[in-house]
Design a protein around this ligand. Sequence first.
Ligand SMILES: [Zn+2]
Length: 862
Amino acid sequence: MSRHFLILFILLGLYSCKSSKPSSATKLPKALVGEVEMPSYKASPTRTVDVYHTSLDIELDWEKEEVKGLAKIKLGVHRTPLTSIDLDAKFMLIHSVKIGDLAVKFKSSDISLSVLLDSSLVFGDTLELEVNYTSRPSLANNKKNAAIENDKGFYFINADESDKLIPKQAWTQGQTQSNSVWFPTVDRPNERMTFDLAILLDSSLTSLSNGDLDFQESLPDGKRKDFWSMKKPIAPYLVMLAVGPFERYQEPNSELPIGYLVEKEWISQAKGIFGKTPKMIETFGKILNYPYPWSKYDQIVGRDYVSGAMENTGAVLLGDFLYQDQRQRLDGDNEDIIAHELFHHWFGDLVTCESWSNLTLNEGFASYGEYLWREAAYGKNDADAYLEDFLGSYLQEADEVVHPLIHYRYDSRDQMFDHHSYDKGAVTLHYLRWVLGDENFFGGLNFYLSKHAYKSVEIHDLRIALEEYTGLDLNWFFENYFLSEGHPVLEYDWSSADGHIELEVEQVQEKGKSSFEIPLGVEIFTDDGKKTYKRIRITKAKQNFKFDLAGNVQYVHLDPEGVIPGLILESKSYQEYRLVLKNTSGYRARLIGSAGVLLSATESGAPISDVVELLETKDEKLLANIILLLDSHTCHVYNLQDKLEHLMIDGASSDVRTNSIEAAMAYYAQKLSAEKLERTVYDPSLMVAEAGLTAIMEVDFDRAIELAGKKMNSKYIQELSPVAFIFSVDGDPSEENFFLRVLESRRTAERYEILSYYVEYLLNGEKPEVQKRGADYLVKYLGEAEEWWYKVLAVEGLKGMHAMYREQLDLYVDAEVEGHSDGIDDLQNKKKLGAEMTTYLREALDRARENESDSRIKVLLR
Ligand SMILES: [Zn+2]
């Protein structure tokens, strides 16, 4: 059998081509060999008090960007007698603290409030604290740790309404421990409380919080007070509040109140964006045999949100990338994220990880919820294809660093939000499901949820609940896959003789646990067309399995269902890959089969029909990946131009069409039909249209400029971006207004690409007046932009233009010294222009430097 280890790398390459979902995932630093200092054990937070209920009465000060609050906190004392009560209260101004009517002494710091008691309290004592405070979120902007982008807890967005493109709004982000910026509490995941919240606001604004809106009180001067209450206990990090001119779309036919809160101009799209929510709620309730446990489900879109989305109980906050119209949604809506946050309402909100070390009990499950929704809505194949993304993202991260899923020794808690907790968590749960079978797995999950509802959990609670339910010992599984680091990497080989077959499996992983315990399926295909399925349990680093089997064995395929939370290195022959592709039904098996056929086709002298057949699969997910695996040699030998040209227009998914355009361009470019290529520019999918226009730019630049002219007023950034690319290369002065108009009319997140093309455009050729205006614009931009990587671009533009004219000036001065007499007037003019522009740009750089407060940028401006 010939060996094709290459496939592993190609498949890994495949994984790395896929973009993962937006998440707050961060990479851990690489441990330095020889200098490893083990981070300390992260204990679950010690419980000294138990908060039962919090009553908040708050008012926002939009001008100062502060929150005035009165918190009444009912709590009880835990096992250790107390002479003071310590609450998390970050950067707050504490005005007074009372117990009953009595003012009491307190101490406060940047992180906590310590209430001093006259006599000590013991287990079972309860009391109610009343804290009068001002919250100052702007002081809580922690940028010390790069992993923590921001932890202000409470965010005022466009409070002064200087940004005309969005309305002002405010929203909160509690995870991980930031809600204690806006109300005093025990800000730990193993705390749980009910709460009510009253907020005073302008009657033109809408508020949203977790529980029910009990009533609204109209007040004089255009004010209103909204009263929210959350009657079931939740962890403090899940408390949320949002305020702004939001409009609400309420699902009309749902018994459970389900609402979508968006800005006015998006209200007509709300149903399109969120409309699958009722079906998802029903689906998850059925799968878990546990109905949605909360009194309502609202989702709201916030501007400049600091994360992807947050599962605040019954009041999910999502970033403004959710704002997509029907056309934009053709290239992928955000159903996966919607499903993820919803699934958290069982895993994360109903049962909550007691510490961030156990985060995968929230995130692994929520990510697996994405799989479960796809499986229910679009079938197992679609879900399995999606699971490959999870595995791929984890494997990519595992290349850099591995840690146990349940990780007691992380550096900072934000680092727990990585591809281990999410993606490896999901594939591990999928494997556990396969090991247990659906009945045991879902029955066990129902038992776990019922047993621990409204409580915090750690990994052992999951194991014990599953063990109680199934009667099985599962310690081995949890020890291998939740508590050890790394993942299995397997090689296998087989031989057959005299009515039996021998399978040899070896674990070859270099990182993490050296030997895993791995139950897996094996499929054996014999020449009578029969498939035999066996289940094996790998327990050693190297192990042989013997089965009695009649017939001539054609291939043996390990893990036909594709469930191993790790890698299997394949080493099949061309014919075996072909048979796997035709006879094994799992998505991963067919991906491996396709890759194997494609990558060994030329070497094996495979007929053209075999390769063409790959591109005729009806499985769009598989097809999109097959196209990515094409290479120049295969395309040359099998001449796939017609096929690709066909797929770039008629491929069913926008992934297939886009990938086909890119492959066709990479391997056939100038040979492609101009007419067909141009049709892609009018594809309903923006992704395809963008790929099409970029392709035309390479084959017929003049035509690309004409087409860019037609698209320059598009409302879609996906169309404006290739236009900007084309104009940046063209460099014509008439295109200046396009850049300035788009930059002015777009929000920061959409500007980066356009700004980078504008800089390219300014650096392309001599257009002094345009460049002077460009320099002024960049100086102004530097003064206003906050994101340093945007500033770096602007600096590049200014310095680049300066260097360009400086060089020109030097060149003509040299020419003059050397006494060139040809075109002396022209020379003089060039010199004059060089001098003038150099001065202008030098002054622009100086101005920018004077205004600049960021020292890193100041250095760049020298
Ligand atoms: Zn999540």
